[in-house]
Each structure stands twice: as C-alpha cells, then as structure tokens.
Design a protein around this ligand. Structure first.
Ligand code: HEC
Length: 140
C-alpha cells in the first residue's frame, strides 16, 4: 500500500516524466501521449522554466555546460513535439511552420550546448526569444 502511494507521488512529477517514457516511440504514438501545448509552455517558458534558466546560465562568466546541456536536452525534447499538438487556434499551416521553426531553434540550442559553443547557444536563444510573440498573436 505504502509502495503504491510512493509510486503515485513520483508519477506526479509533471508531464515531462510521462513524455520521456514515450520519447523513443515518438512519431508512432497517439496524440494523447504528447504533452499539451500548455504543459510544454509551462515547463519551458514559465518564469522559472528552462528558457529563463538557460539564459541565466549562459550569462555567467564561467558557463556550467553540464547544467546547460541537461536543460537544453529537455528543452529540445519538448519543443520537438509541440507541433504534434493540433493547431489550437488560427491557421493550421502557420502553426505547423512556427512549431517547426521553434523546434529547429531548440535543437540548435541543444547542439550548441553539446559543443559548449557559447556564441551558437546565444544565437539560438535570441531566435527563441523572438519566436514567442508571433506564435502567441496567431495561435494563443
Ligand atoms: C509555436 C508557438 C509558440 C511559441 C514559439 C511560443 N509559444 Fe508560448 N504558448 C503558445 C500557445 C498556443 C499557448 C497557449 C497554451 C494553452 O494555454 O493552451 C502558449 C502559452 C504560453 C504561456 C502560458 C502557459 C500557462 O501557464 O498556461 C507562457 C508563459 C508562454 N506561452 C511563454 C512563451 C515564451 C516566453 C515563448 C518564447 C520564448 C513562447 N511562449 C513561445 C504557443 C507558443
């Protein structure tokens, strides 16, 4: 009984955990297994989310690349499935396009972190920073 309870609590750790379990199966999975747009936005973009944390980490004199890479990996994984959610509002073609570009920028960030390439990481963050409003205006 107690074991069951503990497992339940562990499972509460956000949709991210749920997602990482199904990551390898990715494309073949039903949409229901994809974290929602809201969940992805919360994990990446809430005030204490990955985006802010990566930005802060990159601004340090000595960048802690291990920490950045851990965050950028999750960032990339989540951004890569945003577009598997149906278009929430507005034009579906636009949603597709903006999600692809968002995913590409997150991937560039993760690759830069893997190479400890600060200039590339900062460039990718700059692109991600510019992505928010366009997508929100159209699809939020
Ligand atoms: C490709 C589209 C897209 C991009 C890019 C995007 N967002 Fe969003 N965002 C959305 C949509 C759609 C919602 C509404 C989700 C919902 O509530 O169902 C949303 C919701 C949010 C929310 C509210 C989450 C909550 O608590 O419900 C925040 C905060 C947010 N976005 C921040 C950002 C920031 C910051 C960026 C850029 C760094 C960004 N978003 C980039 C589409 C996008």
């Amino acid at each position: 009984m107690q074991r069951l309870f503990a497992a339940g609590v562990g499972g509460v750790l956000l949709g991210v955990v749920l997602f990482s379990g199904s990551a390898s199966v990715g494309a073949d999975k039903d949409k229901k297994d994809v974290p929602s747009v809201e969940d992805i936005m919360k994990v990446i973009n809430k005030p204490k989310g990955l985006h802010k944390a990566v930005g802060k980490a990159l601004a340090e004199d000595t960048v802690k690349w291990d920490a950045v890479a851990k965050m950028s990996k999750e960032y990339n994984e989540l951004a890569s499935v945003l577009g598997k959610n149906p278009c929430p509002k507005g034009n579906a073609g636009s949603w597709d396009k903006l999600c692809k570009s968002y995913a590409a920028d997150a991937k560039a960030l993760d690759e830069a972190a893997g190479k400890k390439d600060k200039a590339a990481a900062v460039t990718a963050m700059g692109k991600l920073n510019k992505s928010c409003q366009g997508c929100h205006d159209e699809h939020r």
